[in-house]
Write a protein that binds this ligand. Structure first.
Ligand SMILES: Cc1cc2nc3c(=O)[nH]c(=O)nc-3n(C[C@H](O)[C@H](O)[C@H](O)COP(=O)(O)OP(=O)(O)OC[C@H]3O[C@@H](n4cnc5c(N)ncnc54)[C@H](O)[C@@H]3O)c2cc1C
Length: 496
């Protein structure tokens, strides 16, 4: 950061501090009002509020921290790092977390975390945030050393935009100058009445869920995975490492239906089958039944068939955790808190980042929510730089998805794919999955819109974002006649 930017940031920070110190206006009634009422009133000018309020700063449990991040996940971790990089964390930043540990790289939970005990599973502090992208590992000590207050296991339960205050489940009252909502998503659950809460039924969103699943896998013999998306496929691959009898059940025709073509899905399904995994496709769950011990014992399908299981993992999607911030403005189409291209909500000084943010996806001119770690990192960094500096750039995100499975020691075949761009238009597939395969999505103007690659080299993977970002016109006939993935990538590269 330049010294001019640093100076500007310091000026903005002291202005925010002054504002925060003078706005201690809290009353029990206002909580009730803010939780019921929406939007408008919260936009009342901060100056008016400051004139009317005179409660001392010491009332607040976070001693009037200027910046409060709600949610202690991936985006929060990268936001904290950006605050530190700008010299703006020390004594000014408070993170309010539902979890018992500092932010960590959540994707590890269905990957290294689920390796069998003898295959060196990942454990904290090994994957606290920022290990993936370089930088210092952000352990609890790192937060302390950088003067960041982290409140653990104390979720925010109520929000008052008018008085700029939050209330946590333990009853703490927190004041914010600027608020960053990074509450992520919660796993979608099967209803309790169909057995969604039975012992032995697992959902996986946080490290506590992963611990509980590891403990079940240690005793399991037959597992059922419900859902053929990322979570289902990653958990099933992990279960192969534990040599468990594994069945994946989903309603669609093939795995990863939102991204994979049927042909691509077939290759991966065959690989899973070679590892002993069974698929039940086009099937809906009617209910989960319990045995005499009260634990789940089987999944009953809508067609009446029964799949036995002592452990069930449900991976049927996630829902944005907007509560208690509904009044800030929820996008009705994609869910999540609506923000502009700088992650500002409709209420001044309130921002939203990561999975929970409904933001303008500039490249494709639509509002989107992206539930992926790359966006969590980049949105956090973009938002905090906008908040602390004079940056006014619009966020211009290129969608990127990846997965890595079968990576445990002794696995016969590792899987690592990446996708960049938009999966629209005609597809051209090249390669035989031994181990590489590539799929190109091309629109009616012959523009390359999206590209998928399995088992690429780092140089090949680094070409993908360039292709997806510049959307070159490609020679489809030439691409179709490519004799190898390397050849196809070269054809695509030459059209840049
Ligand atoms: C098992 C799993 C595997 C994944 N694998 C991949 C992958 O391979 N590749 C990929 O790109 N992405 C993957 N993802 C998605 C990725 O982890 C998310 O996109 C990323 O974590 C989003 O970051 P976030 O900070 O927005 O949300 P999160 O990391 O979910 O953090 C949100 C935090 O807010 C907390 N919270 C919620 N409400 C409150 C409240 N009221 N008060 C306080 N705290 C609250 C939550 O407990 C949580 O700690 C995976 C996700 C999961 C669950």
């Amino acid at each position: 950061m330049t010294s001019a930017l640093r100076q500007k940031a310091a000026q903005m920070a002291s202005a925010a501090a002054a504002a925060a110190a003078g706005t201690g206006c809290y009353s029990q009634t206002s909580w009730a009002l803010r939780r019921l009422g929406a939007g408008g009133g919260a936009l009342a000018s901060a100056a008016t509020r400051r004139r009317n309020c005179s409660v001392a700063a010491a009332v607040f449990d976070n001693q009037n921290r200027e910046y409060v991040i709600v949610g202690g996940g991936n985006a929060a971790g990268y936001a904290a790092r950006t605050f530190v990089e700008h010299g703006m964390a020390d004594g000014r930043l408070c993170i309010v977390s539902k979890e018992a540990v500092p932010p960590y790289e959540r994707p590890a939970l269905t990957k290294g975390y689920l390796f069998p005990p003898e295959k060196k599973p990942a454990r904290l502090p090994g994957f606290h945030t920022c290990v993936g992208s370089g930088g210092q590992r952000q352990t609890a000590e790192w937060y302390k050393e950088n003067g960041i207050e982290v409140l653990y296991e104390d979720p925010v339960e109520a929000f008052d935009g008018k008085t700029q205050t939050l209330k946590t489940s333990s009853g703490k009252i927190l004041k914010y100058g600027s608020l960053i909502i990074s509450t992520g998503c919660a796993a979608a659950r099967l209803p309790e009445k169909i057995g969604g809460d039975l012992p032995g039924v697992h959902y996986i969103r946080d490290v506590a869920d992963a611990d509980s699943l590891v403990s079940s896998l240690g005793k399991a013999k037959k597992i059922v995975v419900i859902g053929g998306g990322y979570i289902g496929m990653e958990v099933a691959a992990a279960a192969c490492g534990w040599n468990l009898d594994t069945t994946i059940i989903f309603p669609e025709d093939h795995i990863m239906p939102r991204l994979f073509t049927p042909s691509l899905a077939k290759k991966y399904e065959e690989l899973y089958e070679q590892n002993g995994v069974k698929f039940v496709k086009g099937a809906l769950i009617d209910k989960l039944d319990a045995g005499s011990d009260g634990r789940v014992s089987s999944a009953i399908l809508k067609d009446g068939s029964v799949v036995e299981a002592d452990t069930v993992i449900v991976g049927i999607g996630a829902k944005p955790s907007v509560s208690p911030f509904e009044a800030v403005g929820v996008n009705i189409e994609v869910g999540g808190i609506e923000v502009d291209s700088m992650f500002r909500t409709s209420i001044p000084s309130i921002f939203a980042i990561g999975d929970v943010a409904a933001f303008p996806l500039k490249m494709y001119d639509r509002i989107a929510r992206v539930e992926h770690v790359d966006h969590a990192r980049k949105s956090a960094q973009h938002c905090i730089e906008t908040l602390l500096t004079s940056q006014a750039k619009a966020y211009d995100y290129l969608p990127y998805f990846y997965s890595r499975v079968f990576e445990y020691e002794g696995s016969s075949r590792k899987i690592w794919w990446q996708f960049y761009g938009d999966n629209v238009g005609e597809t051209i597939e090249v390669g035989n999955f031994d181990p590489k395969i590539a799929t190109f999505w091309i629109d009616s103007d012959s523009r390359l819109k999206g590209v998928f690659l399995e088992s690429g080299t780092s140089e090949e993977f680094s070409l993908l974002p360039k292709l997806a970002r510049s959307q070159p016109i490609v020679d489809k006939a030439k691409l179709k006649s490519a004799t190898s993935v390397e050849d196809a990538l070269e054809i695509a590269r030459s059209s840049l």
